[in-house]
Design a protein around this ligand. Structure first.
Ligand SMILES: Cc1ncc(COP(=O)(O)O)c(C=O)c1O
Length: 434
């Protein structure tokens, strides 16, 4: 190497290493730590990593969650990691520089790439994915958009989500369709029993079955594919409420056999609050009316479901970062950890006197969400006791035949947090008559 070339090379190498050092300093400590923890975890199977507190501590550092209260109601809505919050704020700030220019012409340029990323995550075609603001918007688009006439029957359960129940009731009142109700006895590990409840309700007039993938009240996972196959064999369309399942455990939407699927992205994907997704099977798009009118040219186009007017594109675009974070942790690792956390606390309280678990410990029938009840005590009593004495935030459930306190950890929850929960439930039981 000539002296000139050597000097040139050394100065380039110097620039390179300086740039690398500068980049690593610019990256916050939590992010560097998490990155190296993930690198080290590459060779470990998800189940082995599920109980590795050191690893999950680094994940926790990616969040800004309160250390003043222990939030065990991630089933309601989940917090976003820092990277998602920061992206949302950046997009919001830039939008306000000149909204009609930056928001519509710049920020919204990310919509098609986002559709592609969401489609990959869902295992679906991008032309089947619409971006919505929550699961209610997605599911009500289908409920109000299906071409149903008086006398057509829809099968649903008393354990479905109230917004969806109310939407169907509104259609019943306005269009005189008939709602056929199932009352599920949960928790259940009997796939045949659950499937039979649906198939027994099918008649020649059934046009749609509404299936909730995870029952929000107790975290029960339903055998959607079996129900969908039985429905399709009779020419019945399948609407799946996946508000709680998407990015919670691994599946693809086509695997479920759903014709329509709606989900929140602010639950298990940890996207910003106010984000959701609608999936419509390609051949079903044409005959489904959009909730907000669309031009004729969009009849066959999934984008016809996105004419919702001016909306917070800064929230929508931050979904990109939530997908990145989800993929960085890894869907399988996340699922294994969530299941581990649920079983961790449930196994510790299940033998306490009077305690009844309202959720299966089996992976096929439950994941992160767990319900616990104490004989002779109201769910609200335990819920209040945990907040008053331990600053644990949960939710008391009394809905139809389901009663208990719902506990929902997330990837940032530590087993230390759950030890406090176990202590709280134990103290509550001791305080009672048992
Ligand atoms: C089963 C189920 N469906 C639908 C919804 C509605 O979700 P969103 O608040 O995103 O509209 C929820 C919310 O908790 C739910 O649990």
């Amino acid at each position: 190497m000539s002296a000139f070339n050597r000097r040139n090379f050394l100065s380039k190498a110097g620039n390179f290493s300086l740039a690398a050092v500068a980049a690593s300093i610019a990256q916050p400590v939590w992010s560097r730590n998490l990155h190296s923890a993930i690198e080290k975890a590459q060779t470990l199977p998800p189940a082995a990593l599920a109980g590795d507190e050191a690893f999950w501590y680094y994940v926790q550092q990616a969040y800004t969650t309160s250390s003043g209260i222990i939030n065990l109601n991630n089933g309601g809505v989940a917090p976003s990691p820092k990277s998602v919050q920061e992206a949302m704020k950046r997009y919001h700030d830039i939008s306000n520089e000149a909204p009609s220019y930056y928001m519509w012409r710049i920020v919204d340029q990310g919509r098609e790439p986002l559709r592609n990323s969401l489609a990959k995550l869902a295992g679906a075609d991008a032309e089947e994915i619409a971006i919505h603001r929550n699961a209610s918007e997605a599911l009500e688009t289908v409920i109000f958009g299906l071409d149903l006439k008086a006398g057509d029957e829809v099968v649903l359960t008393k354990q479905d989500y109230p917004n969806m129940i109310n939407a169907w009731k509104q259609r019943e009142e306005r269009d005189k369709i008939k709602l056929v109700w199932i009352n599920l006895d949960l928790p259940s590990e009997d796939t045949d029993y659950i499937t039979r409840q649906y198939t027994n309700a099918f008649t020649a007039k059934t046009k749609v079955v509404h299936v909730t993938h995870i029952i929000n009240w107790n975290g029960q996972i339903l055998p959607v594919r079996k129900i969908a196959d039985a429905a399709h064999a009779r020419g019945i369309e399948v609407l799946v409420d996946g508000a709680h399942s998407f990015a919670h455990f691994s599946f693809t939407i086509p695997q479920l056999g759903a014709d329509y699927f709606g989900t929140s992205l602010h639950k298990w994907l940890s996207a910003c609050i106010g984000s959701g997704l609608l999936y419509v099977k390609k051949d079903k798009i044409k005959n489904l009316y959009p909730l907000f009118g669309a031009p004729d040219t969009q009849r066959d186009n999934i984008r016809k479901f996105e004419n919702t007017g001016t909306r917070p594109f800064f929230i929508e675009q931050a979904i990109h970062k939530a997908i990145e974070f989800h993929e960085m942790i890894g869907a399988e690792r996340k699922e294994a950890r969530l299941h581990y956390l649920k079983n961790y606390w449930m196994q510790k309280v299940q033998t306490l006197p009077g305690v009844k678990l309202g959720t299966s410990l089996n992976k096929e029938f439950g994941c992160a969400i767990g319900l616990v009840a104490v004989d002779g005590r109201k769910p609200a009593e335990l819920d209040n006791f945990l907040m008053t004495n331990y600053k644990i935030h949960t939710v008391g459930i009394e809905w139809e035949n389901i009663k208990g306190v719902r506990i929902t950890p997330n990837v940032y929850t530590t087993t230390k947090n759950l030890d406090v929960l176990v202590e709280g439930i134990t103290a509550f039981v001791k305080k009672g008559a048992f």
